[in-house]
Design a protein. Structure first.
Length: 367
């Protein structure tokens, strides 16, 4: 079976260094708020191109802490509107609605499957305060149109960079394009920990200080609490692992692009539509998202022929039970993507021969 993402093989790529880092951290006797986390925060901020990186427990917490901090600082208020992609993982929206902010869903461009900047223009109201830009599948979602809309209307640009570590836009890395960005280090990500982990990157020192405090129970000094905060911290062992893997992130992303090119060059089935890609560094292929009107049959066929695939995602956010107030809303482009999307195997440990095998099997598919 060709696995969707063989995490055992991925970890083995740098296994000796990871084992050394974990052993060093365990033997240190210091497991939270220590040197490993500080070193990773500094290295990751340099890598992304921001003044600050704040380690947190996971990617959802990173988003939650950004919006909570903006409320505490008076830059957002309950009832303010935040534009979000209709085509996204639900975590992006959960973080907005949790604090009484109003998510406003906007359809994607049907080709890129990313937030459509032209539709964004027509969604701005006097209550709009921010745009949450999700770099879905590992592809940069930012465009000159989106930048211009945010600048013209004075909107805060927040990035969900959970799937796009190392992705580039106009000479900058995603995660540095707006006011702040949330990052997930879930094990399957391009930069993945050996458990949960996340971070916020920003060059706004006031915001970074508030986020760091909120993630530590609301405390800036021990036993002194400015906010009613949370317990959301990146632990030392995960930070040590991430410090090792960060060194190889660009090379791993380049490997993913080489695998993607194999898919592009060799998949020739008329029932399959490949993703959109410029051929450059604006995509890190966290997910190689094909589309097919025969998606379910294709997935079953691939499984029978030894290829594991996943769906990102089978049910769009506006059709989820937790947002039942949206269930009657219509987002036809999003709904079609969720009915057709299929994610092919992709990882830093996948081989060229495996990619060629997947392409060959797909080419033999007949609905």
């Amino acid at each position: 079976m060709i696995l969707f993402n063989d995490l055992k093989r991925v970890t083995e790529l740098h296994g000796a260094e990871i084992n050394e880092a974990v052993t060093r951290t365990v033997n240190s006797g210091w497991y939270l708020h220590g040197r490993e986390t500080e070193a990773f925060e500094q290295a990751y901020a340099r890598y992304i191109g921001t003044e600050h990186a704040v380690g947190v427990a996971n990617g959802l917490d990173a988003l939650r802490l950004i919006f909570r901090a903006l409320i505490e600082l008076g830059r957002l208020r309950p009832g303010d509107e935040v534009i979000v992609p209709a085509n996204t993982y639900i975590a992006s929206i959960l973080a907005v609605s949790e604090f009484g902010l109003t998510p406003v869903l906007v359809e994607p461009d049907p080709v890129t499957m990313q937030l459509d900047g032209n539709l964004l223009k027509n969604t701005i109201t006097p209550r709009t305060r921010a745009v949450l830009l999700v770099h879905l599948y590992g592809q940069c979602a930012c465009t000159p149109v989106i930048e211009e809309v945010c600048q013209r209307h004075g909107l805060m640009l927040i990035e969900d960079n959970a799937q796009a570590h190392g992705c580039m836009y106009d000479g900058k890395r995603t995660g540095s394009l707006g006011l702040a960005a949330a990052h997930s280090f879930y094990p399957g990500k391009n930069l993945g920990a050996l458990g949960d982990g996340g971070a916020v990157t920003t060059s706004d020192s006031e915001l970074a200080e508030a986020i760091r405090s909120l993630g530590n129970y609301g405390s800036q000094r021990k036993y002194v609490f400015r906010y009613k905060g949370y317990n959301s911290r990146l632990d030392e062992i995960q930070a040590a692992v991430l410090n090792v893997k960060l060194k190889y992130l660009d090379a791993d992303n380049e490997h993913r692009r080489r695998l993607a090119k194999i898919y592009f060059d060799n998949i020739r089935n008329p029932h399959v539509t490949p993703p959109c890609w410029s051929g450059g560094d604006d995509h890190v292929f966290h997910i190689f998202a094909i589309r097919s009107q025969w998606r379910d049959k294709l997935q079953e066929y691939l499984t029978e022929n030894g290829v594991q695939t996943l769906i990102h995602y089978p049910i769009p956010p506006h059709r989820q039970e937790c947002y039942k107030e949206w269930n009657t809303m219509s987002f036809p482009i999003t709904e079609r993507i969720h009915a057709e999307e299929l994610s092919l195997p992709m990882s830093a440990a996948m081989t060229r021969d495996e990619a060629l095998t997947v392409a060959r099997i797909i080419n033999d598919f007949k609905p």
